[in-house]
Structures are given as structure tokens and as C-alpha cells.
Ligand binder design. Structure first.
Ligand SMILES: Cc1cc2nc3c(=O)[nH]c(=O)nc-3n(C[C@H](O)[C@H](O)[C@H](O)COP(=O)(O)OP(=O)(O)OC[C@H]3O[C@@H](n4cnc5c(N)ncnc54)[C@H](O)[C@@H]3O)c2cc1C
Ligand SMILES: NC(=O)c1ccc[n+]([C@@H]2O[C@H](COP(=O)([O-])OP(=O)(O)OC[C@H]3O[C@@H](n4cnc5c(N)ncnc54)[C@H](OP(=O)(O)O)[C@@H]3O)[C@@H](O)[C@H]2O)c1
Length: 375
């Protein structure tokens, strides 16, 4: 049998979904356990899981109705089989993230002067697609399109892409099982509540006992040190905490003696803590040093890099003792700011020029003592 992969995903059984954060959290986060039992799929601490999502059936029904089509209309699939339009739109096609190519194909049918103008102007296009899905187009008198049949409509659509999630468990903690820690994307746009396809699929629609299509995505650049005595510093605000749960599980199972230091951050202490019981037990046992930045609990922002800056002398001592530094989470802002503070600490505490600090960090990277998993 062909091994499971992105091209041949495994239909894994969902074991359960529970909230990690508390009700009212500004960063609603869920924990999902999935069984890989019998799949032959193996993963290493630090790897990610690829998940093929399904669209929200309510959104699909509204779209089909707005297009004047019928959910039961037959659709020819790439493999020659036939399924219903409703089924195809739930499992196979992307109907929410509108790309230029989809819009052009839509407009070949709609022949809208307004869309012509938007498609000509890069900035207008960027603004237009933000927070807009195909239902918005189908309901707009100026832009609606009439497709001859269901096959004509799906022919303009790209396939639903899989999403990656850092695996939040060690393969040795619960063999044959994988855990994810997912931030749920929800927002309002044009007067309608919207959700990220995969995060809401995992949080709201996937029920225990149902199957989800998954594959293992190897992440060779994000690995624990081979020597369990090596100290590790983990920087993971928000869902960046996910792979570090795998790290602390693995290190506990390995009876690793190296100390661990986690910098975590989220908006409010009252609602946004993650894996608090596990962290409290690790701190209690002396295995973990924990620094948490509650960003919105005071009038000014406190982020992980502010705590790192304040603890710069100790971080420098850890680095000089051979510590490895790991960073996970937001690539756009956090990763740049955290890297900058690391350079500041190396320069200030290690008495180095900016160039020497950059060379020190580059050397850490070369030794695999500075690894990032940012998205
Ligand atoms: C290697 C890797 C590891 C990852 N690990 C994790 C992890 O452990 N946990 C985790 O939660 N995520 C993780 N992610 C991110 C994850 O893959 C998805 O990108 C994320 O869950 C969102 O996917 P979605 O399908 O829910 O949203 P999508 O359907 O892809 O929607 C996201 C899009 O919604 C739009 N959008 C969002 N907010 C707004 C708004 N306010 N207004 C208008 N438009 C908006 C934006 O266009 C945005 O690009 C990881 C990513 C990578 C690459
Ligand atoms: N590709 C995608 O579609 C997608 C989807 C979801 C998430 N993501 C990425 O994943 C990241 C993680 O999302 P998340 O919701 O778990 O957490 P997050 O948005 O990173 O927020 C976690 C904590 O980090 C703080 N923070 C904000 N800016 C920061 C900075 N420059 N440096 C350090 N900390 C900072 C936040 O504070 P405040 O909020 O109070 O400012 C919050 O307390 C997102 O920011 C996003 O970039 C991507």
C-alpha cells in the first residue's frame, strides 16, 4: 500500500476537541487529539501535521442557493467519479480565499465592469479580496455570475489547500496519537461573521469519532538537542506554544537533565492561559522556568521580548552554558522583535559590537542552537 502523504492523506479518527483558553478569550485556542493508530505514520518531536479542511456546510448551502444551483447537482471529479455539488464544495474546493485567478475566471462569466476595474488595479484588488468570499460575489447585483451548471462553476475554483499545525505532543507521550493546539480564526466582514476554514473546521465542525485527512510534515530544522543535558530556551507566544508542549513532554519522558525556560505570552491572565496545569507541575518540579507576558493586563503592552530584555543577564549566562534557543509563532512581527532582542542581549551582556552579536547569533544557528518555526 502507498504510504500516506500530502498526495495520499490518511483519514485519521478525531478523538476529541477541547478549549485550552477560557470563555471570552481574545485568543480562542483549542486542543485536538487525533489517532494515527494503524496508519504507519510516524513523527518526530518538532514536526507538523498537515490537515485538509472542509468548508462550512451552511456557507456552501448559502452559496449554492445564491448561484441558483442545487446541492444535489452532479459534479465530475478529477478521478472520474461523480459526487454532488454540495459534497464537492464542502470537501474539495476553496470558496473563501478569493485569488486573482479565481476572480478573473468568475468575471469571464459575470462580465462586470466593476470587477474589470478591480482586476486592473493591484491595490484595489488587494483591498477587495480582504474579508470577501464567493458568497459576497454571488449576492452582489453588480458582480453576480450565472453558471450554466455545477461543473462550469467548480471548474473556476482552486482546490482547498491543506494547513500545517505544529504537533503539540511527543510521539512517546501517547503512542499512535497526535495533538494540535489551534488558534481559531474568527472575524466580521461586510456585516457577516466569518471563520478561517481549517481552524473553525477543527474547532467547530469536526466531532469525535469522525475522520480528518492528515499527513505528517517533517520539520528537520526544529529539533531538540541530541544531548538532554543542554539547556533550552523556548519563545512561543500565542499558538507558538504548540511545539513546546511536545518538547517538554519529550524531555520529561527522556528524563533529560537540561533546564528548560519558556517565554509565553497572550493578552489576559484571566482567560488566555494555555496548558496551565502542565506548566505549573513542571515549574513545581524545578524542570521549567516560566516567564509569561500578559500583553493587555495593563495600560501598556508587555510582550515576551520585554521579559527577555529584563532577564538579559541570565539569558546570556544560559547561552554561554551552551543553551539552544527556539522560537515559534507569528512571523510578521514577533519573530523579528524577538530576534532583535536576542541581538541586543548578546551585544549588551556579552560586550560585543552589533556585527559581533550578529556573528554570534549566526554561529548559534550554524550549531543548530537557534531554530525557528514561524508562520
Ligand atoms: C509550519 C506551520 C505551523 C503552524 N502551526 C500552527 C499551530 O500550531 N497552531 C495554529 O493555530 N496555527 C498554526 N499555523 C497556521 C495554520 O496553518 C493556519 O494558517 C491557520 O490555522 C489559519 O488557517 P484557517 O484555514 O483557519 O484560515 P484561512 O481560511 O486560511 O483564513 C486565514 C485568512 O483569513 C483572512 N482573515 C483573517 N482575519 C481577518 C480579518 N480580521 N479581516 C479580514 N480577513 C481576515 C486573512 O486573509 C487570512 O489570511 C501554522 C502554520 C505553519 C506554516
Ligand atoms: N497564516 C495564517 O493564516 C495565520 C492564522 C492564524 C495565526 N497566524 C499567525 O500566527 C500568529 C500566532 O497567532 P496567535 O493568535 O496564537 O497569537 P498572537 O497574535 O501572536 O498573540 C499572542 C501574544 O503575542 C502578543 N504580540 C503581539 N505582537 C507581538 C510582538 N510583536 N512581539 C511579541 N508578542 C507580540 C499578543 O499581544 P496583543 O495581541 O495584545 O498585541 C499576544 O499577547 C498570528 O499572529 C499570525 O501571524 C497566521
Amino acid at each position: 500500500m502507498e504510504p500516506y502523504s500530502m498526495k495520499n492523506p490518511y483519514r485519521a479518527k478525531a478523538l476529541g476537541v477541547k478549549c485550552v483558553t477560557k470563555p471570552g478569550s481574545a485568543k480562542e485556542t483549542v486542543h485536538i487529539d487525533i489517532s494515527l493508530e494503524g496508519s504507519g505514520l510516524e513523527y518526530v518531536t518538532g514536526d507538523a501535521l498537515g490537515v485538509f479542511p472542509c468548508n462550512d456546510p451552511e456557507l456552501v448551502d448559502s452559496l449554492v442557493a445564491a448561484l441558483g444551483l442545487r446541492g444535489e447537482d452532479p459534479v465530475q471529479q478529477a478521478d472520474g467519479t461523480v459526487c454532488s455539488l454540495r459534497e464537492a464544495l464542502i470537501s474539495t474546493y476553496d470558496i473563501t480565499n478569493v485569488k486573482k485567478s479565481t476572480l478573473s475566471k468568475w468575471n469571464a462569466v459575470a462580465r462586470s465592469a466593476r470587477l474589470d476595474a478591480i482586476l486592473e488595479d493591484k491595490d484595489a484588488l488587494k483591498d477587495f479580496v480582504k474579508g470577501r468570499d464567493l458568497l459576497d460575489l454571488a449576492k452582489d447585483e453588480e458582480m453576480k455570475a450565472t453558471f450554466v451548471d455545477a461543473n462550469a462553476f467548480v471548474s473556476i475554483l482552486p482546490k482547498l489547500a491543506p494547513r500545517l499545525y505544529s504537533i503539540a505532543s511527543s510521539p512517546l507521550a501517547v503512542p499512535g496519537q497526535v495533538s494540535l493546539c489551534v488558534g481559531v480564526v474568527r472575524y466580521q466582514s461586510l456585516g457577516r461573521a466569518r471563520g478561517g476554514v481549517c481552524s473553525t473546521y477543527l474547532a467547530d465542525r469536526l466531532k469525535a469519532g469522525e475522520t480528518v485527512r492528515v499527513f505528517v510534515h517533517s520539520n528537520k530544522g526544529f529539533r531538540l538537542p541530541e544531548d538532554g543535558a543542554t539547556p533550552i530556551i523556548m519563545v512561543g507566544p500565542g499558538t507558538g506554544i504548540a511545539p513546546f508542549r511536545a518538547f517538554w513532554q519529550q524531555r520529561t519522558i527522556d528524563h533529560a537533565t537540561g533546564p528548560m525556560w519558556l517565554f509565553f505570552g497572550n493578552p489576559y491572565k484571566a482567560t488566555d492561559g494555555c496548558y496551565e496545569d502542565e506548566l505549573a507541575a513542571l515549574v513545581e518540579s524545578g524542570a521549567l522556568k516560566l516567564s509569561v507576558a500578559w500583553s493587555r493586563d495593563q495600560a501598556y503592552k508587555i510582550y515576551v521580548q520585554h521579559l527577555m530584555d529584563a532577564a538579559g543577564a541570565e539569558i546570556w549566562q544560559w547561552l554561554e552554558r551552551g543553551a539552544a534557543v527556539y522560537m515559534c509563532g507569528d512571523a510578521n512581527r514577533m519573530a523579528k522583535d524577538v530576534e532583535q532582542i536576542l541581538l541586543t542581549i548578546i551585544s549588551r551582556e556579552g560586550n560585543r559590537t552589533a556585527e559581533e552579536a550578529a556573528a554570534y547569533l549566526a554561529d548559534l544557528k550554524a550549531q543548530k542552537r537557534y531554530q525557528k518555526d514561524v508562520y
